[in-house]
Design a protein around this ligand. Structure first.
Ligand code: ADP
Length: 591
């Protein structure tokens, strides 16, 4: 079915290492055959015992046979270990190659995709799905080779000594095999996928739940207020119980079948020995009683193997869900923006391809201007800003920077033209120096220091034990939201792109931090085209133009005084804002 194609795809990723994979199969199969040799020596021992019985002291070679059995068992283990070494070398290489391939692909995807997909889910696919292939290649496939070689060897052994008993011992094997096929068919593969989906949804909801714990605690809610999480757990539970119940009967019959071999052997023995027992028959019967448990063991191995095959098929499918996402198109003949102007022409965009969240927006921002997007939450401000740096491409209309469609600007040039300071700027777990240097990898220490000074970060450096070299996120070195934003501003200052998008924070813990962030923003914005997403109105007064975004449209635009005079949406927002400021001031006066 799917397996060969999955396997050949994995082998493609292996490169030269694929030879090691094949070698591991061969070694594993040889080891399985060698593992049967001790049984032959045991047969010789029984034969010898029966021959001399009851004068056991006349027996010769017993010790020799015994040691030979041990030697072959050891040899089999050694060959198997050799096989596993080969398979691991290639499996690790394949898993690494898969991860690298996915990471390269993700790097080429539009940034907006990562948000949509969910970083937790992405991490799980990159890490766990590639690990699933590793287990498959390193252990399961060599074991499969062994599991195929063993029955072949066994078949020879079973038929050589007494073909009648041999054939009888095969009946439970055939029965077990049929039941196994019923258990692992296409329908089960479908169920396996549902199981993985239920598990995924539960872990996604768990992450959401953990994120929401502050809300739960603050508002004294119970776990039941996280209905989605509870639903995901319930769904998983229902699923697992149904799955288990469905397999219960199959599993029972399977176990009964593969373990029923003695029933056949003993019945046969009674039948064949009606006229008396020969020592040769006794010898063979004893041998079959010894060896038949190997059959059930091998069968059970094969059964779990097909389950693993399903797991790897599912893992490949999940990786494909990432790899099949289209990266942003790269222009064949890149053009260069002429200046730092920004223009939207009849831009329409929707996340789901159905409901537009930006509807036919047109605007022009001259080089060096500072504009602000304001408006109710969910109106489309962040989406508009995202379109400028190709987080997404619009379905209709054009986004232009310096008179050139952003689709015609090469990715590196676009990155060097537009930079973003997010509301929740993420810092990586590295030194402050390295965090800031992300903006310009070849910057000197002095340049980084200058950027940090400009971004009002010197007070942060002072309180940290190793200054710029302090690693963030370790041993209690955590920065407040405002501090993190200032470091992110330092990064943007170092990057020094002509167009800047600032996503202003919604709230600050303390006024001191707020004024420092504003000062840092002011330093950053000098001489640049700045688009500010203003969640509060405290910073929009000096903007060259304010765009009021509501329901994906620009409903008002102009300078502060013009908008206030219009008596529209902005005027009422402005009035509310003024009232709240006065309220705050009078509270402070009272205090
Ligand atoms: P604002 O920044 O003004 O608060 P946004 O641009 O974030 O508004 O959101 C505009 C609309 O798009 C909202 O209805 C929001 O629910 C939706 N939206 C935002 N991000 C996504 C996304 N990644 N996937 C789907 N819908 C989204």
């Amino acid at each position: 079915m799917k397996q060969p194609s999955n396997l050949s795809r994995l082998m493609e990723t292996a490169g030269r290492h694929r030879l090691l994979t094949y070698a591991s199969w061969v070694l594993s199969a040889i080891s399985a055959l060698i593992a049967l040799v001790p049984f032959w020596y045991i047969w010789r021992i029984i034969q010898e015992v029966l021959r001399v019985s009851p004068h056991l002291d006349q027996a010769q070679n017993l010790a020799w046979y015994g040691w030979m059995a041990v030697a072959f068992a050891l040899l089999s283990i050694l060959v198997y270990v050799g096989g596993l070494m080969c398979s691991h070398l290639s499996a690790f290489r394949i898993a690494t190659n898969l991860r690298t391939k996915m990471m390269h692909h993700i790097a080429a995807l539009p940034l907006g995709f990562v948000e949509e997909f969910g970083s937790g889910k992405l991490r799980k696919i990159v890490n766990e799905s590639s690990s699933a292939t590793e287990t498959y290649l390193a252990h399961q496939l060599p074991d499969k080779a062994a599991a195929i070689a063993t029955p072949c060897g066994l078949l020879v052994l079973l038929l050589v000594f007494d073909w009648r008993l041999g054939l009888l011992s095969l009946i439970p094997v055939v029965l077990g095999f049929l039941i196994m096929m019923a258990m692992t068919g296409k329908r089960m593969a479908e169920k396996m996928k549902q199981y993985q989906d239920a598990l995924d949804s539960m872990s996604n909801q768990a992450v959401e739940y953990v994120r929401g714990i502050p809300v739960v605690k603050t508002f004294g809610q119970t776990v039941f207020s996280f209905q989605k999480f509870k639903d995901a757990i319930d769904n998983y539970q229902v699923w697992v119980i149904a799955y288990t119940k469905e397999l219960r009967a199959h599993m029972m019959w399977y176990n009964a079948a593969v373990n029923s071999v003695f029933v056949f052997l003993i019945a046969a023995a009674l039948f064949f020995t009606q006229d008396g027992v020969t020592s040769q028959f006794l010898l063979n019967l004893l041998f079959y009683i010894f060896i038949t448990p190997v059959i059930s063991l091998t069968l059970t191995k094969i059964m779990f193997m097909s389950e693993n095959g399903m797991i790897v098929a599912d893992a490949m499918e999940r990786m494909d869900s990432v790899l099949n996402l289209k990266p942003l198109s790269e222009p064949a003949l890149p053009k260069h923006p002429k200046d730092s102007s920004v223009e939207l022409e009849h831009v329409t965009f929707s996340y789901d391809g159905v409901t537009p969240v930006i509807r036919d927006v047109s605007l022009t921002i001259q080089p060096g201007q500072t504009v602000a997007f304001v408006g109710p939450s969910g109106g489309g401000k962040s989406t508009l800003a995202g379109l400028l740096s190709r987080f997404f491409d619009p379905q209709q209309g054009q986004v232009k920077i310096g008179g050139i469609n952003v689709k015609d600007i090469s990715k590196p040039e676009l990155m060097n033209t537009v930079s973003f300071v997010f509301q929740n700027s993420r810092l990586i777990k590295a030194s402050i120096l390295d965090n800031v240097r992300l903006g310009k990898p070849d910057a000197t220490r002095e340049e980084v220091y200058e950027a940090l000074r400009s971004a009002q970060c010197l007070d942060i450096l002072e309180k940290l034990p190793q200054g710029m070299d302090t690693v963030i996120g370790t041993k209690g070195v955590y920065l407040s939201g405002g501090e993190q934003q200032r470091i992110a501003i330092a990064r943007a200052i170092l990057k020094n792109t002509p167009v800047l998008i600032l996503d202003e924070a919604t709230a600050f813990a303390d006024p001191d931090n707020e004024s420092r962030v504003q000062a840092a923003f002011a330093n950053l914005a000098q001489g640049k085209t700045v688009i500010m997403i203003a969640h509060r109105l405290s910073t929009v007064a000096n903007a060259d133009c304010i765009y009021v975004v509501k329901d994906g449209r620009i409903v008002e635009q102009g300078k502060l005084s013009q908008l206030v005079a219009q008596q529209g949406l902005f005027a009422s927002m402005w009035k509310d804002y003024q009232t709240s400021v006065q309220w705050k001031v009078s509270k402070e006066e009272q205090a």
